[in-house]
Design a protein around this ligand. Structure first.
Ligand code: UDX
Length: 438
């Protein structure tokens, strides 16, 4: 049965969730204070690169199931569920998550909340946030028991809509049967598809997301730690990952070694988990996550080391970084390993050229010290070294005989190139996690 819902905060998470909810048949009002974002969304443009999202958004606007507003109005009062999808970025100067946008969202929705309506947090939060937001909601509305639930979102950039529509599981943290019933209704099409639906308390639902991301980060840093050993022992970390991955208890996913993880979630979420555990007096439980972070950051230094091994000093050298986004099929450069390597090479004295098929707009204003190049072939002109840092399809499929840098040296930071092919084209190839004979 179609429900009326609002989706508050229309960044990556909110815009995708709003479109997904409209697609499964609900009537959605998207709310976001930024007027430019509202204008863009209303014209069918999410404002970030996400395959398939703009097309689906346009369809849902045409169907009349989704509209956008810069603030709540009387129409919000008709909604049965209000999903809060605002960001929880890392607090500057601290590892903790900044939850102030959630507090504002709660205060904004309070005057328009029916007593029988449900507020559902989807943002990634420190465990315990939902309880304090419920208290705040009680104060702001005057209701004795406002209904607030938590429903973490596990979508990945690049496959966001697909992940929202067909998640591996749905997790809801609730405090009463009415909340569960409303959430069962809103997710009915997914439940009917057989997607596991887990009902928990608020704290567990909050912690599931932090735990999942900590586990994923741990997997990546584990294989990157093995890569460090492989590099000094002659072993090959990619073959190692394949071999251990056949063990079903280990599994072969998220064991790709390379320049490490980045993005708007994994790095900040492990830091937020450390900060919250420390606040709760159990910091030692996740103290190992400091190492996970450090292993991840050391991979960036390894690339600079390989460049220096090949070129000596980087001063006066032109280094091309292939990729700026933290992963392919995204224009997100938050905490991007590729961008970090570009800046490290620059700091080491190199002239740095960066190519990316879609993410350069996010680099241009912030980093005028980097030279940005839109044309892939042009980018190779007169360079002394190339670093493949984001595994875009166009890099994986690039014919090495068609590019002519002044020195043919490439570092495969993601282990995706056909080494023999590049060597045949005259390139010296290095990669992370293995030693290549050239
Ligand atoms: C992540 C979680 O996967 C998702 O469930 C959560 O909702 C948000 O955070 P996302 O940030 O979109 O999603 O990216 P993800 O695909 O998880 O990749 C994160 C980073 O890890 C990327 O920089 C990627 O290149 C890197 N990565 C991933 C590896 O280095 N090796 C791997 O094996 C997998």
């Amino acid at each position: 049965m179609a429900m009326k819902i609002t989706v508050i905060g229309l960044g990556y998470l909110g815009a995708t969730h709003a479109v997904a909810m409209a697609k499964v048949g609900h009537q959605v009002i998207g709310i976001e204070p930024n007027p430019q974002k509202i204008a863009s969304l209303s014209q069918g443009k999410a404002g970030f690169f996400e395959p398939g999202l703009d097309e689906e958004l346009a369809k849902q606007i045409a169907s009349g199931r989704i509209t956008f507003k810069s603030a709540h109005d009387e129409e919000s009062r008709e909604a049965d569920i209000h999903f809060i999808c605002v960001g929880t970025p890392q607090t500057p100067g601290s590892m903790a998550a900044d939850t102030s946008y959630l507090v504002s969202a709660i205060n904004d929705v309070a005057p328009y909340l029916r007593e029988d309506a449900l507020v559902v947090g989807k943002s990634t939060v420190p465990v315990g946030t939902a309880v304090s937001l419920t208290q705040q909601l009680a104060k702001a509305t005057g209701f004795s028991a406002p209904n607030l639930a938590w429903n973490p979102e596990f979508l990945r950039e690049g496959t966001a809509l697909e992940d929202s529509l067909h998640p591996d599981r749905l997790v809801i943290g609730v405090t009463n049967p009415r909340a569960e019933e409303l959430l069962r209704q809103v997710f009915a099409p997914m439940i009917a598809e057989g997607i596991p639906f887990l009902v928990t308390d608020l704290a567990t639902a909050e912690l599931v997301k932090a735990a999942a991301n900590a586990f994923l980060a741990t997997k990546i840093s584990f294989i990157n730690a093995m890569a460090e050993i492989a590099e000094v022992s002659g072993a090959d970390a990619s073959s190692l990952a394949k071999a251990i991955g056949y063990d079903e208890r280990i599994g072969n996913k998220f064991l790709r070694n390379g320049v490490g993880f980045g993005g708007g979630c994994l790095p900040k979420d492990i830091r937020a988990l450390i900060a919250r555990a420390e606040e709760l007096g159990v910091g030692e439980s996740v103290a190992y996550l400091h190492e996970i972070d450090k292993i991840n950051l050391r991979r960036r230094d390894r690339v600079i080391h390989l460049l220096q091994e090949e070129l000596g000093t980087l001063s006066q050298k032109r280094v091309l970084i292939l990729g700026a986004a933290f992963k392919p099929d995204s224009d997100d450069v938050r905490d991007s390993p590729a961008l970090a390597i570009a800046l490290l090479a620059k700091a080491a004295g190199a002239e740095v050229i960066v190519h990316d098929p879609v993410a350069l707009h996010g680099v241009a204003l912030k980093h005028p010290e980097l030279t940005l190049e839109q044309s892939l072939h042009q980018a190779f002109t007169n360079v002394d070294a190339v670093v493949l840092a984001t595994e875009w399809k166009e890099y994986r499929e690039l014919d090495p005989t068609t590019v002519t840098p002044r020195n043919k040296f490439i570092i495969d930071g993601r282990n995706v190139l056909d080494v023999a092919k590049w060597q045949q084209a005259g390139f010296k190839v290095q990669a992370l996690g293995r030693t290549i004979t050239n």
